[in-house]
Ligand binder design. Structure first.
Ligand code: 13P
Length: 257
């Protein structure tokens, strides 16, 4: 059975003490509602700003099913790259995951498919689980090009990996038009794209690999709509932005499973 995951992407929000409070509240909830992936319950990952990683890793230490990850990493291993953070440094904080290719990184920071392929490689090399984000902008969807756009992002970003490497990847489908807009993809739109992603993974690798790949949905997913999104066969959880900043909302989303 493939893993279910509810992940929070805090983006550039929360002071350190606020992040520790939020993660403590989530840990408290999980202690009272133990996560059991074998029972179909999700794992929880908090994608925090770099400066929160070590502290949140301490807050979650020893709590089963809860992990912390970074929102980005640099393409190079180490060296004279002032201001950048390496995958190795991230791993040294206790973090286990890293987002690669979030649409905000693609659009505001010009991250190309080639750069994202490199980040995926360096993350895997440093024992981090890459959560690789893909998704089309509104014009592309309106033009009926959304499948082609996502296919190209996956081909260039991921499909050069060996089957063994690919099996360590989590994918997040985040239609850009749904991010932070309050406009969620309908459960049908999410299911349709997730099934398509699984199909092209099967074509590139094989049916077993495709079946085992966790594919998350992101984009205005919240406490109200999570259950109907997660109810779809190919939607294995969510990557939550705004609603991950409030413990109550985030815990309701975890409960949606
Ligand atoms: P929102 O949930 O705020 O739309 O953000 C989604 C997202 O970008 C998660 O990575």
């Amino acid at each position: 059975m493939r893993k279910k995951i509810v992940a929070g992407n805090w983006k550039m929000n929360l002071r350190l003490e606020e992040g520790m409070k939020l993660s403590s509240e989530i840990v408290e909830f999980v202690k009272n509602n133990p996560l059991d992936s074998l029972a179909g319950k999700p794992e929880v990952v908090m994608f925090t700003p770099f400066v929160h990683l070590t502290s949140v890793a301490e807050v979650i230490a020893g709590v089963k099913g809860v992990a912390v990850g970074a929102q980005n990493c640099y393409t190079e291993e180490k060296g004279a790259f002032t201001g950048e953070v390496s995958a190795d440094m991230i791993e040294s904080t206790g973090a286990t995951h890293v987002l690669v290719g979030h649409s905000e990184r693609r659009s505001y920071f010009g991250e190309t498919d080639e750069v994202l392929a490199k980040k995926t490689e360096v993350a895997l090399k440093n024992r981090l689980t890459p959560v690789f984000c893909c998704g089309e902008v509104l014009d592309e969807r309106n033009a009926g090009k959304h499948f082609d756009v996502v296919k190209e992002q996956l081909h260039k970003g991921l499909f050069w990996l060996s089957e063994d490497e690919f099996s360590k990847i989590v994918i997040a489908y985040e239609p850009v038009w749904a991010i932070g807009t309050g406009v969620t993809a309908s459960p049908e739109q999410a299911q349709e794209m997730h099934a398509y992603i699984r199909q092209i993974i099967a074509e590139k690798y094989n049916a077993v690999t495709a079946d085992q790949t966790t594919i998350l949905y992101g984009g205005s997913c919240n406490a109200k709509n999570a259950a109907e999104l997660f109810a779809n066969n190919d939607v294995d959880g969510g990557l939550i932005g705004g609603a991950s900043l409030k413990a109550d909302d985030f815990c309701t989303i975890i409960k949606s499973f």
